[in-house]
Design a protein around this ligand. Structure first.
Ligand code: AMP
Ligand code: FES
Ligand code: ZN
Ligand code: ZN
Length: 322
């Protein structure tokens, strides 16, 4: 297989694009595509302040790298969840980010929010204490969403996450099989800030296959955390990812067209009514918008009643790097 640009040996073959490229041209192609999607979906402009949610995985580290290479003003945020799983998962993830910054972008700025230091418990501890659930994934998800949003709103940022096509297609499949119209209405490359305390949220990698981002990280020399979160094993999204991969093997491009045709239908207003039906108000404790009455789900799980004290970390964000 030869590179379409220079005829040299190809490093990656993308059957769905009928395109093979060598390492050098692949490192040029990826940022060009990202820039194309940023413009197509009107994600942000060079003046905007971006906050990239970095987990230490291939997608978010590659995304941060690409945005900085494109000249965007992009800071990072890492949330220390306190997940060990026998492999010291959270500490290792943080370490990969620190190494990435030292190697490529020593001037970049990283906000670090350690959940245990800030709120008093790790995510697995919180999940066990409040829900009696050994699997912390749902508690983890709601904490990540809340904290990312808070940091972004406080800093006047647009929030950028590393969700790739495989992530988006798996969630889409899950929501479609149950016809979760409300969720479908909100699944988009861009989520506008529908409330002053909601950050604008964008996903510039939503059209990249997972293996394309892995290839970018490897060719670029980005060392990332290979392991999935130890709690992800058996998760439903992984099951849907496997199904979609089988589909893709038989029919290259199936995943991409499933997602793109959904976006087209959404654009045409197929789910508009469900979108309009959500009524938001501010949480009585933290002020973040919520559809639940009284407290938001984050404040509920942290047991923040009227008499709860403000945790120290809410007052200022520790900043590392730079
Ligand atoms: P996941 O929900 O683990 O599939 O991750 C989806 C996206 O959320 C990643 O690409 C990151 O942008 C972001 N993310 C996940 N975990 C963290 C974390 N611990 N800190 C900051 N951002 C994260
Ligand atoms: Fe949150 Fe695994 S439980 S990343
Ligand atoms: Zn080439
Ligand atoms: Zn709240």
């Amino acid at each position: 297989m030869k590179c379409k640009a220079c005829g040299g040996p190809a490093a990656i073959n993308m059957r769905h694009h009928k395109l093979a490229l060598c390492g050098e041209h692949y490192l040029e192609w990826v940022p060009q595509q990202v820039q194309r999607f940023i413009e197509k979906y009107q994600m942000f402009s060079p003046q905007d302040k971006l906050l990239v949610a970095v987990s230490g995985g291939k997608d978010s580290l590659s995304l941060w790298d690409v945005l900085l290479r494109l000249g965007y003003r992009a800071d990072g945020v890492y949330i220390g969840l306190g997940i060990d799983g026998g492999v010291n998962y959270s500490d290792q993830s943080h370490e990969k980010i620190v190494q990435f910054m030292a190697k490529f972008w020593p001037q970049a700025k990283l906000h670090v929010v350690d959940v245990e230091q800030t709120y008093g418990m790790t995510i697995p501890e919180l999940s066990l204490a409040r829900r009696r659930e050994a699997k912390p994934c749902s508690v983890c998800g709601l904490n990540k969403r809340h904290i990312m949003n808070r940091v972004a709103v406080e800093g006047g940022y647009t929030l950028v996450t590393g969700h790739n096509l495989d992530d988006e297609a798996a969630v889409l499949m899950q929501n479609t099989l149950r016809w979760q119209v409300g969720y479908l209405a909100r699944q988009s490359p861009v989520l506008e800030a529908t409330h002053p305390k909601f950050a604008r949220k964008v996903k510039p990698l939503c059209r990249f296959y997972e293996r394309e981002m892995a290839a970018y990280a490897i060719v670029r020399g980005i060392d990332y955390i290979y392991d999935e979160c130890p709690h992800a094993e058996g998760a439903t999204t992984l099951f849907y990812k496997t199904l979609l991969n089988q589909l893709e093997t038989n029919s290259p491009g199936a995943k991409l067209s499933f997602y793109l045709e959904f976006l087209r239908a959404r654009q045409e207003g197929l789910f508009q009514k469900a979108h309009d039906e959500v009524v938001l108000h501010e949480c009585e404790y933290c002020g973040q918008p919520t559809s639940a009455p009284g407290l938001c789900s984050f404040c509920r799980i942290w047991d923040r009643g009227a008499d709860a004290r403000e945790p120290a970390g809410e007052l200022g964000l520790p900043v590392a790097g730079g």
